[in-house]
Design a protein around this ligand. Structure first.
Ligand code: AHR
Length: 503
């Protein structure tokens, strides 16, 4: 059996584990809001119609921030439609998803949901069909205590205390020709800079995210970031990155290497931002908000919006079913996000419920967990303290997409206060188990308190409403640690978490 050797040491600190790495995303898209988080007829629904069972699973998933209300949806959204008496709210065409938006849920409802769920809201403004003024109006509505038109309207709508939203996205995927109001980098960079400047005139301490590329495969990737940051550098704190990893497409080995692309994406955006920094002769550093990432089966029929005269409310869209291999990839993408914690200061798993999501709902019925739920929930629960880069000597294998690919990938976190070490590790081989040997000489007294592995002989096994638990993370009895040395076996196509603590 091939062997992968890791060395883990507190000297290899990358930066803190950031709670915002474990964010998610709720867009007015398909059944994400309506019959996802919101289902007034559901037995667990609260006074606003929000499902208690979905809130419970969101907590169990360990979600920190939730980006709202889009996504492509936000680029045609009039936020004013979604506030005030519900019976007076207009229904509108949602051009992004060829749907009808009833506006039953809007800003105030979402903020109440976020409070109940214990997540930080991360708002996006419409820079597709709208601009500076509408962004200012929404900011005033959300964050100004009172005494002005929009803040008093919020109070009249029942929210006496301002929401004080800190993090704001300046539009969504404005580099994409599919985006309503799509712009060139120059056009968008100017608009983003002016919007940010005006928003800071109202509240200087906002954290603002300018749109980067919607994928590293965009023809404008790199140049888009350079131009946009040249315009907006002084006004913003983050640049966004979006990446979806495609269906396996008959090449499981390449698919399992998806995190290599994420690492490359982060390194490229950071390098571009730093080049602009050098040119502007500034000491300020721009960080990355990886605010859309997941596996997405884009070729499946339900990824295609309705057409023609059909403008349904909350149609079934992007309801991907995830298998074990998808969960291994997702766990590896989280390893990449953690490893890049020095540059990636926030991230949002796209999305939270029903739409390319870790949990699914039946209208009025059950909520269930997809395979990808597990690595996310366990990483969010147990990554804490400082991220440690691991020195890794891994066997490798050839993949069509990435050439020579390290078979094992890993990251560790060290919580000094709790004296707890967590190792997150994947075996990306399609066929071979790998022996793991780790040198823990910096942690001589630690013993294994928990070692779990997610794998299955059928890597295409996917959960359903009737069975979301017969495959999942299971104790890995091969893992042992003694005298600063850890050993165990990682099955082919697997994600594992090993936790060690002082005896
Ligand atoms: O998350 C689904 C969609 O993917 C979002 O609306 C858009 O921003 C991205 O292209």
């Amino acid at each position: 059996m091939p062997t992968a050797r890791l060395t883990i040491d507190t000297a290899f600190r990358v930066g803190p584990v950031r709670r915002r790495t474990f964010g998610s995303f709720v867009e007015h898209l398909g059944r994400s809001v309506y019959s996802g988080i919101h289902d007034p007829g559901h037995p667990t629904a609260d006074a606003d119609g929000f499902r208690g069972d979905v809130i419970q699973l969101t907590k169990e998933l360990g979600i920190s921030t939730v980006r709202y209300p889009g996504g492509n949806f936000v680029s045609g959204y009039r936020w004013e439609d979604g506030v005030g008496p519900r019976d007076q709210r207009p229904a509108r065409l949602d051009l992004a998803w060829h749907s009808t938006e009833p506006n039953t849920v809007g800003t105030d409802e979402f903020m109440r949901w976020a409070t109940t769920t214990g997540v930080e809201p991360m708002m996006a403004v419409n820079l597709g069909t709208r601009g500076v003024q509408e962004a200012l109006d929404l900011l005033e509505y959300c964050n100004v205590p009172g005494g002005t038109y929009w803040s008093d309207l919020r109070r009249a709508n029942g929210a006496e205390v301002p929401y004080r939203v800190k993090m704001w996205c300046l539009g969504n995927e404005m580099d994409g020709p599919w985006q309503t109001g799509h712009k060139t980098a120059e056009e968008y960079g100017r608009l983003a800079a002016e919007t940010a400047r005006a928003m800071r005139q109202m509240q200087p301490d906002l954290e603002l995210v300018v749109c980067g590329s919607s994928s590293s495969a965009m023809p404008t990737f790199g140049e888009w970031e350079r131009v946009v940051l040249t315009e907006a550098y002084d006004q913003v704190d983050y640049i966004s990155a979006h990446a979806y990893y495609w269906e396996e497409d008959g090449d499981l080995a390449s698919f399992l290497g998806s995190a290599i692309d994420m690492d490359h994406f982060v390194a490229s955006v950071a390098a571009t931002a730093d080049a602009v920094r050098a040119r502007l002769k500034t000491s300020k550093r721009i960080h990355i908000s990886f605010d859309e990432w997941n596996v997405w089966y884009q070729k499946r029929a339900e990824s295609r919006p309705p057409t023609g005269d059909d403008w349904p409310v909350a149609p079934i869209l992007l309801e991907d079913r995830y298998n074990v291999a998808d969960a291994v990839v997702l766990g590896n993408l989280l390893i990449s996000l953690l490893r890049n914690t020095d540059r990636v200061h926030a991230a949002s798993l796209a999305q939270l419920v029903n739409v390319i999501a870790p949990m699914m709902t039946e209208p009025g019925g059950r909520v269930w967990k997809q395979t990808i739920f597990h690595p996310f929930a366990l990483t969010s629960a147990h990554a804490s303290g400082e991220v440690l880069r691991v020195a890794l000597d891994s066997p490798s294998h050839e993949t069509a997409r990435f050439g020579e690919t390290p078979t094992v990938d890993a990251v560790a976190t060290w919580d000094e206060q709790a004296q707890e070490l967590a190792v997150f590790v994947v075996n990306r081989s399609v066929t071979e188990d790998v022996r793991l040997e780790a040198d823990l000489r910096a942690f001589p007294g630690l013993r294994v308190v928990d070692a779990v592995t997610l794998s299955n002989p059928d890597v295409h096994w996917a959960a359903t409403a009737d069975d979301d638990s017969s495959v999942g993370p299971r104790p890995n009895g091969t893992v042992t640690a003694a005298d600063g040395h850890l050993a165990g076996v990682l099955p082919a196509v697997s994600w594992s978490m090993i936790r060690l603590a002082a005896a």
